[in-house]
Ligand binder design. Structure first.
Ligand code: CAO
Length: 432
């Protein structure tokens, strides 16, 4: 009976996709799991594998068609008779059978594909396969390259839209492994997991494209940058009074005046005073790249995971402008509307978890930057001021920096500078 190949349910809330490539034609013999159609959804790009062995008898879609979950894309006849092989094909098949075992194994994939196109082997065909899991998003040519280089694409971070993997990404990954860094994936040596189901019930969930990219980026920084984290705190009692006094005004302008938007301004001044914190390390050339622009990433917590939009030219903007811009970027991040440009080019990162809680944390540097500041929750504390115990609002700050180019003393000075500026915000007015 002819098998309808439909667009399966890909993931929650994804009801349709766009056909970006048709990988077979009518009359082709396909094997179960062979890629048939390449599809792109708002979350991922993947290749739809064949659920059966058989012959493609009809293709109902073309490139750029939008297709819905459950729609029939093509039809495969699992019972169609293979054409009688020609004499040369029979000879080739006989040669394959007579090849030495080692040689057969070495060329296994090519043979498998050849045989798939002309099914002459009398091997039993597996039954239907139900589950269809999205593969790593990459074009067939990129998959071919990965196969040739022996790269598992699930370890490669895609730089294209929706995490799509390009040939360059595959090459970069291999270069990283050769250089000993593990590549963008930094996951070259993966130990096999135990079978957890031996000890109890488990559920497996596919990582989203966003989650995979977060994992790749942070693994790379964690494995390649020697981190040191320095902690300090700032008495922001006065700053809080100032903030409260302007909350409404900023709100009217469409922003939210919080410690994060004030920190953007303070950080821009600190980066000008301590240029090494606004740099990158070019390890290949043994150089430090000092940037003369001040674009600060702000970590935003979204339901898809951590996103880090950039506020550009922070040094040229007022706290009011920064508050409006930050509120807009955070909203866009949470609505999944950030463009790739809005997340690239940053020179330093602020990660404020204080709105949620916590006393301190050690953030991971957002490579290729060299420093990141973590902010935890400001709390009322009893502090001696001029010999008197007073209730003060104290903000915990943590700075992780790249110890290759920043020494501990400089780390302390940088963070102290920020703390002192927060304690005496009028300093901002007199700093460059
Ligand atoms: N201490 C105490 N209160 C704080 C605070 C802090 N450090 N930071 C923020 N707050 C308060 C704000 O003043 C606000 O209070 P009100 O609602 O009473 O005015 C409330 O917490 C919520 O603030 P916010 O989160 O809306 O605004 P923000 O500008 O401070 O932060 C953003 C914006 C985008 C940084 C934040 O929403 C966010 O997503 N934080 C999480 C970042 C993150 O996940 N980092 C982890 C990266 S590493 O895994």
């Amino acid at each position: 009976m002819v098998e309808d190949v439909k667009l399966p349910e890909i993931s929650e809330n994804v009801e349709s996709g766009v056909v970006v490539g048709i990988l077979v034609k009518v009359g082709d013999w396909v094997r179960m799991e062979q890629s048939l159609v390449e599809l792109e959804t708002e979350k991922a790009t993947f290749e739809l594998p064949s659920p059966v062995n058989g012959k493609v008898v009809e293709i109902r879609v073309k490139e750029n068609d939008e297709v819905r979950v459950g729609q029939v894309l093509l039809k495969i006849d699992p019972e169609a008779q293979a054409a009688e092989p020609s004499a040369p094909e029979k000879a080739a098949a006989a040669e394959v059978v007579e090849q030495p075992k080692a040689e057969r194994e070495a060329g296994g994939r090519v043979q498998e594909e050849t045989l798939a196109a002309k099914p002459q082997r009398a091997e039993p065909l597996p039954k239907r396969k139900e589950a269809v899991a999205p593969a790593a998003p990459a074009a067939p040519a990129v998959r071919q390259l990965a196969r040739e280089l022996g790269v598992d694409l699930s370890h490669v971070s895609g730089s294209g839209p929706g995490g799509r993997i390009s040939a360059e990404d595959v090459k970069d990954y291999v270069k990283g492994i050769v250089a000993g860094g593990g590549g963008a994936g930094a996951a070259s040596i993966l130990k096999p997991l135990p079978d957890f189901s031996k000890w109890g019930q488990v559920e497996r969930q596919s990582m989203t494209v966003t989650r995979r990219r977060i994992a790749e980026t942070l693994s790379y920084a964690w494995s390649n940058v020697p981190h040191v984290t320095q902690h300090d705190q700032a008495d922001i009692t006065g700053l809080e009074q100032f903030r409260r006094g302007y909350v409404e005004r900023v709100q009217q302008a469409g922003g939210k005046l919080t410690v994060t938007s004030i920190l953007l301004k303070v950080v821009a001044s600190a980066l000008k005073t301590f240029p090494t914190f606004n740099a990158s390390v070019d390890a290949e050339r043994d150089e430090v790249v000092l940037k003369k622009y001040y674009h600060v990433n702000v970590a935003v917590d979204t339901d898809r995971g951590l996103l880090v939009p950039v506020v550009r030219d922070v040094d040229t903007k007022s706290i009011l402008e920064l508050s409006v811009e930050l509120a807009g970027l955070a909203e866009k991040a949470r609505a999944n509307k950030l463009t790739p440009e809005e997340m690239t080019g940053g020179t330093f990162t602020i990660s404020n978890l204080g709105g949620i809680g916590g006393t301190a944390f050690a953030p991971i540097i957002y490579w290729p930057q060299v420093a990141i500041m973590g902010v935890a929750r400001a709390r009322q504390q009893a502090v001696y001021v001029d010999g008197q115990l007073q209730p003060r609002l104290v903000l915990p700050l943590s700075l992780s920096y790249d110890h290759r180019i920043i020494d501990g003393a400089e780390g302390v000075r940088f963070l102290r500078w920020i703390a002192q500026t927060l304690e005496r915000p009028f300093l901002l007015a007199v700093q460059e």
